[in-house]
Design a protein around this ligand. Structure first.
Ligand code: ADP
Ligand code: MG
Length: 577
């Protein structure tokens, strides 16, 4: 066996542990939710893997989570018969912070001024380490199926932990928490996590939907009864142990919509997806017919910090008859909706379907189409009926839609009405393309746009002068993807997009024959000047033209009609570097 070793936590882990231990956060009770959720995840995993490898179960397939409070040792023990961990997995999973949830928690902390923002602790699912909020010492004993030995891990959260091989008969993980003395709840009352009724209430509050029984034994003191069933008062009481299941195990999504409160939905969302904020919007639907499924989708309030870098992860979990099949089910929603979280439960999938098979599943495609439709419908409704909420959404996830509109040609049409842009129309408001068209005068032939890093720099463009004077609205594109999106769309309601820094402006009066004559005259008069400028800038520019689009500036740079625009050129050259 591998003997006992003392090891150091990774620096980030230490930082997190410190936070937990010194936390004055009042909502410490969430540690139980976190440990139960880990136990449930671990059972999900073995349940799934055992479908293809039955031996893993080692003959034990009654999945359960067991809680034992023990006053005499001041410990709370939580056991599961899930997948367990090997020695290396313990080192990997418990000694380091590899989890994105925990990472983003630390990330958020760094954003904040104070390094100990207590609110964040409770709002984030900080996972296993939250045990240290209530504990002086945490012991974890685990064995993965097929392993001869178990592993014991222990730490007082002081920067080091010990790890050794031990005997463990049953498969799964046992976590023993030595509790601190006493806790105070948010309302100031004392809380005792060894109290069975406190525990029962916490399970009901946070973990009711967990699909495996969470059991605890209650000791019943009972006096014997006489033949008529009457209690014999002076006889000594006998103690019987009664094991009770604390959770109802009814998955939220199987319940009737009308019976579910907003708070229940929100708690469910936050628990399952480790978010600390309520979702912005939720969509709960049932379908029967060619495909049968229940779906529960959430649009988060905030984009995760890595939304645009994490290429392929998606937040959709797949279930079949309430049994978890897989998370990150990528083929359900198009890439541009990867910020949507939620789940799909359909009896049409077999439990041991592989990701490869899923990709080709007709049902999955059909469900996916429906989900996409209902998300887009929801967004459309938000846009028309709850504009401020939509703008909040747009601030967080607008970029995903914009990227979608240019990368996913099938979706372009569906997305074009959901896009918002800044414009010269109003400083504070964003506009849809539809509203732009509504405002434009009859003889305006194109939709004008300008690019720049912010409003001030766009408004300084010499090219803006004439349009401003004429009162023509211009879309302001600040985001790099904006121009790609516009280019991909090409037109909206038969109006082409026209960059104000590209080619002709397509304005009736300045492109009229008379105006052209004027320019020609000026050109003649200044032939030598233009020649001199061309000579001077040879190789740097393609042409020098007399323009009537300027008002107070002497000169402006434009691209020709077919050429890429100036800002696009900048992006491309940045990408090449
Ligand atoms: P998360 O649950 O978000 O992954 P945690 O900090 O809660 O983060 O847990 C870290 C990792 O430790 C888990 O991903 C899992 O691999 C492992 N782990 C924690 N608890 C258990 C358990 N009861 N059984 C098996 N593995 C566990
Ligand atoms: Mg966890």
């Amino acid at each position: 066996p591998i003997n006992k070793q003392t090891r150091e936590f990774q620096a980030e882990t230490k930082q997190l542990l410190d936070l937990m231990i010194h936390s004055i956060y009042t909502n410490k009770e969430i540690f139980l939710r976190e440990l139960i959720s880990n136990a449930s995840d671990a059972i999900d995993k073995i349940r799934f893997e055992s479908l293809t490898n039955h031996d893993l179960l080692e003959g034990q397939s009654d999945f359960e989570i067991f809680i034992v409070p023990d006053e005499s040792t001041h410990t709370l023990t939580i056991s599961d018969n899930g997948i367990g961990m090997t020695y290396d997995e313990v080192v990997e999973n418990i000694g380091t912070i590899a989890k994105s949830g925990t990472k983003s928690f630390l990330e958020k902390l760094k954003e904040k001024e104070t390094a100990t923002d207590n609110e964040l602790i409770g709002q984030f699912g900080v996972g296993f380490y939250s045990a240290f909020m209530v504990s002086d010492k945490v012991t974890l004993i685990t064995r993965a199926p097929g392993q001869a030995k178990g592993v014991k891990w222990q730490s007082s959260g002081d920067g080091t932990y010990t790890i050794e091989e031990v005997e463990k008969e049953t498969r799964g993980t046992t976590i023993i928490i030595t509790l601190n003395d006493e806790f105070t709840t948010a309302d100031g009352s004392k809380e005792n996590f060894l109290d069975r009724y406190t525990i029962e209430n916490l399970i009901k509050k946070y973990s009711d939907y967990i699909r495996y029984p969470i059991k605890m034994s209650f000791i019943k003191e009972e006096k014997p009864k006489d033949e008529e069933g009457k209690v014999i008062e002076d006889a000594p009481a006998t103690q019987t142990v009664e094991v009770r299941t604390l959770n109802s195990m009814t998955p939220l999504w199987t319940r009737n919509k009308n019976d579910i409160s907003a708070e229940e939905y929100h708690t469910f969302y936050k628990n399952l997806f480790h978010d600390w904020e309520d979702p912005l919007k939720l969509i709960h639907s049932k379908a029967e017919g060619t495909v049968e499924y229940t779906s529960l989708l959430f649009i988060p309030s905030r984009a995760p910090f890595d939304l645009y870098t994490q290429k392929s992860s998606s937040g959709i979990r797949l279930y079949s008859k309430q049994i978890f099949i897989m998370d990150n089910c990528q083929d359900l929603l198009p890439e541009y909706l990867r910020f949507v979280k939620g789940l799909v439960d359909s009896p049409d999938f077999s439990l041991n379907i592989s990701r490869e098979l899923l990709q080709h599943s007709k049902q999955l495609k059909l469900i996916g189409k429906n989900l996409e439709k209902s998300v887009l419908k929801t967004l459309e409704n938000l846009l028309t009926n709850e504009r401020p909420t939509y703008e909040k959404f747009w601030k967080e996830f607008g970029k995903a839609l914009k990227v979608g509109a240019y990368t996913d040609f099938q979706s372009r049409d569906k997305l074009k009405d959901l896009l918002l842009f800044s414009s010269s129309h109003a400083t504070e408001e964003l506009t849809t393309l539809h509203d732009y068209i509504e405002r434009m005068s009859e003889n305006q032939k194109v939709i004008y746009y300008a690019t720049g890093k912010d409003r001030a720099s766009v408004e300084r463009l010499p090219q803006m002068e004439l349009l401003k004077e004429k009162g023509i609205e211009v879309l302001y594109l600040y985001d790099q993807v904006d121009e790609f999106t516009i280019d991909a769309l090409q037109e909206y309601k038969e109006k082409k997009f026209q960059s104000i820094s590209r080619g002709e402006l397509n304005l009736d009066d300045i492109d009229s024959p008379e105006a052209k004559k004027d320019t020609e005259a000026i050109l003649k008069e200044n032939e030598s000047l233009i020649k001199a400028i061309k000579e001077h800038l040879k190789g740097k520019i393609a042409d020098v033209k007399i323009s009537n689009r300027l008002k107070s500036s002497a000169v402006c740079l434009v691209s020709d009609d077919n050429g890429i625009s100036l800002s696009m050129e900048q992006i491309l050259s940045e990408m090449n570097n």
